[in-house]
Design a binder for this molecule. Structure first.
Ligand code: SF4
Ligand code: SF4
Length: 161
C-alpha cells in the first residue's frame, strides 16, 4: 500500500493488518488515533505501548513492534477499549489475533513474565469463569521463584478484611 507523506510516496507493509482483517473482520485502518481506548485501559500503566500505539504499529506495518511489545500480554481482555472505540473496532479481538499469530509463528516476545502472567490469567478464567486475584498473584510469584513476595501485603489485606 502507498501513502503520501509531505508529498512523498511511502510504501507501507499492510500484511499484518490484512491478516487481522481476514481472521477477525476488524479493519485497523478505521482507527484515527483518538486514544479513547488507551485512556480507558486498566492495565495501560504496565504496558510498553498503549492499545492506541498498537493500532498505529499495525496500520504502519510495524510488525516487529506490534508483536514484540508487551501490550498484548498485559491485556486483560476486559473489552473496555472495544466498548469505548468511536469507530466500532473490536480492539480486544485484534489483540487476541496478535497473540494467536505470535504463538503460531513461534515469535519470542521481548518480555519477561508478561506471557506467563497472561497464560495464568486465561487459565484461571478458563477453569473458574472468574478472576481470583489471590490465586493469580500466588501462582505468578510461585512460578517466578518468589513465592513469598507479596505475603506481607496479603497479611495486611486479610487483617483489614
Ligand atoms: S481489553 Fe486489553 S487493551 Fe483493551 S482495555 Fe482491556 S486490558 Fe486494555
Ligand atoms: S478508540 Fe478506536 S479510533 Fe480511538 S485510538 Fe482506539 S482504536 Fe483508534
Amino acid at each position: 500500500m502507498k501513502v503520501l507523506v509531505d508529498n512523498k510516496e511511502i510504501r507501507i507493509d499492510g500484511e499484518l493488518a490484512e491478516e487481522i482483517r481476514k481472521r477477525s473482520g476488524e479493519n485497523v485502518y478505521l482507527c484515527y488515533q483518538c486514544r479513547k481506548c488507551a485512556s480507558g485501559c486498566p492495565n495501560r500503566q504496565f504496558m510498553e505501548s498503549t492499545p492506541t500505539e498498537l493500532m498505529r504499529y499495525i496500520q504502519l506495518g510495524m510488525t516487529e513492534e506490534a508483536m514484540k511489545k508487551d501490550t498484548v500480554w498485559y491485556c486483560l481482555s476486559c473489552q473496555t477499549c472495544t466498548a469505548r472505540c468511536p469507530q466500532g473496532i473490536d480492539i480486544a479481538h485484534v489483540v487476541d489475533m496478535i497473540r494467536i499469530i505470535v504463538q503460531e509463528k513461534g515469535i519470542k516476545a521481548d518480555t519477561k513474565n508478561e506471557r506467563l502472567f497472561n497464560w495464568l490469567w486465561m487459565t484461571i478464567l478458563h477453569f473458574t469463569g472468574r478472576m481470583y486475584e489471590v490465586a493469580l498473584t500466588g501462582a505468578l510469584n510461585t512460578f517466578t521463584g518468589k513465592p513469598f513476595k507479596d505475603l506481607k501485603l496479603g497479611m495486611k489485606m486479610i487483617s483489614r478484611g
